[in-house]
Design a protein around this ligand. Structure first.
Ligand code: NDP
Length: 334
């Protein structure tokens, strides 16, 4: 079996030298275990956090340890009555081509026509539930409201904008890192307006796109975006604080928003959340989003890299904006 291990803790932006691909002996499955051959694995921004020694919501990876993450695979041998050979399963054993796992730690997935396995790592998986929980529960979005989402062309952001549109937003504004992404948001995903945050100050571009302000901000980015959104939120506005990727490679704490006094003046709510606290929403999320997929109302795009060798380049590229929609790595030939 082949597995990626953390070779060193990065200082600032990670480099290929921080990772090591190793060959390991695959043990035979014990009672209650399954052998899973991975079909597709996820690379996600939170993995940058796991490369740090500092305690966060996900435990740090140790140097020399095999990394982990979401992956979908096929059971090729089973010593469990619950998970038969041939089953499609969701695991947390990404970053490797094959794994021997406790059957209780895998989730058997339905095999539905038109639903590729990778969707369980994106639109129907963790990023999808993040978008759902953040928009509808944390930010308490209601029909008729005006929404702004940063990181709008990414896995979570592209769904936030579309969920808001499909549930009757008055307007949806998105920001992203290139003119191509901006065009995709307005022309394919139905965003009301979008802008490239490299093209000028975020506050100015947001004011131009949403001159009357916003009710809800979904924050994937932090930093300048968060300050601009605080400035644009109307009285009783709400922000779901999902991530702050603009600071994930920072070597010292970045400055905070300079306009926090607006929280009082505008009676704002800024609320951080973790998707793992909202798994109770999964049934309603899956039901509604599956229906939107079936009807073609929801546009899903993936950026696909092939092969375990390309998992690290895919991850490094994700942090630099090399993806549109969900970044995934297919492992079928490994
Ligand atoms: P994305 O698919 O959005 O990929 C990351 C994107 O971040 C890149 O494509 C890039 O797009 C953008 N980016 C990189 N650097 C910067 C920067 N300096 N400023 C602005 N944008 C930048 O990833 P996900 O959808 O998986 O995750 C989005 C956010 O949600 C992340 O912050 C992540 O940590 C968070 N998250 C939080 C969860 C929770 O439970 N709270 C669960 C899942 C995700 P661009 O070209 O636009 O710059």
């Amino acid at each position: 079996a082949r597995e990626w291990q953390l070779a060193a803790r990065p200082h600032g932006e990670p480099t290929p030298e921080d990772f090591r691909l190793v060959e390991v002996e695959r043990p035979d499955p014990a009672d209650g275990e399954v052998v899973v051959r991975m079909l597709v694995m996820s690379v996600d921004p939170y993995m940058r956090g796991r490369m740090r020694a500092a305690k966060s919501y996900a435990a740090p990876w140790e140097v020399g340890e095999t990394m982990q993450g979401g992956a979908v695979g096929r059971v090729v041998a089973s010593r469990s009555a619950d998970v038969p050979e041939g089953a499609l399963v969701l695991t947390d054993a990404g970053w490797r081509n094959v794994a021997v796992l406790d059957a209780q730690h895998v989730r058997v997935l339905p095999e539905l026509p038109g639903i590729p396995p990778s969707y369980h790592l994106g639109v129907l998986g963790m990023p999808g539930l993040t978008a759902w929980a953040g928009l509808f529960q944390v930010a308490a979005f209601r029909a008729g409201e005006d929404v702004f989402v940063s990181g709008a062309a990414g896995a979570v952001g592209s769904l936030v904008g579309q969920f808001a549109r499909l549930r009757g937003a008055a307007s949806v504004v998105g920001s992203a890192g290139s003119p191509e992404k901006v065009t995709w948001l307005t022309d394919e995903l139905g965003f009301t307006a979008a802008f490239d945050y490299h093209a000028g100050p975020v506050a100015q571009q947001l004011a131009a796109a949403a001159p009357d302000g916003i009710d809800v901000y979904f924050d994937n980015v932090g930093g300048e975006h968060l300050e601009a959104a605080i400035g644009a939120l109307r009285v009783h506005g709400r922000a779901a604080i999902c991530g702050s990727i603009s600071a994930y490679n920072a070597v010292s704490p970045p400055p905070g928003p300079r306009n926090m006094s607006l929280l009082v003046a505008s009676r704002l709510t800024l609320r951080g959340f973790l998707v793992g606290d909202h798994t109770d929403l999964r049934p309603e999320f899956l039901e509604t989003v599956s229906a939107w997929l079936a009807s073609g109302e929801l546009v899903v795009r993936e950026t696909v890299r092939e092969g375990l060798d390309n998992a690290v380049p895919a991850f490094l590229d994700l942090l630099r904006g090399g993806n549109t929609g969900k970044m995934i790595v297919t492992l079928s030939d490994d």
